[in-house]
Unconditional design. Sequence first.
Length: 183
Amino acid sequence: MSNTPSASSVHVLDTLHLYSASAYSSVGFKIVLAIHIMAVVIAFGATFAYPLFFAIGSRQEPRSLPLLHRLEYNFERWVLNPALVLVLGAGIYLASDAHLWKEFFVQWGFAAVIVIGGLAGAVMIPTSKRAEALSRRDIEASGADSAVTFSAEYRALVRRLAIVGGSLSTLVLVTIFFMAYKL
């Protein structure tokens, strides 16, 4: 057995040395890293509760669904999108400051931000707006004193929101894993 380190252990040692370098210990880097993490929590924290909000709303008070859809798309427009810009800006600073652009986790994170922003703007927000309108229409058609029956069109939109939203949540979790593990 040789005492010569393998290529993979040399890479790990180089990476550990890189992460302990002065760029990681500077006050500026730590502040921007904290901003980056806070922006992720602000952008995505509430989105993980959407399924619970909609499950409770649809079972206990179906007439609340138009409001829940309005809250959903306004949160994505006024909180998620600006926080996503902050995630991107802080990430660019961190990757540039520590010279990490060649690292997989940085490239993955950059791509994830683009995909999330694109799907939020192209699918989630417009679909939530349409779901609000259809749920309102279906509620009005049901009458004030009768049970609400939602149309197949509305249920299809809700399915799309659940599938895309669940996929985005999974992408966020995988990205957090890659960032923490530094793949």
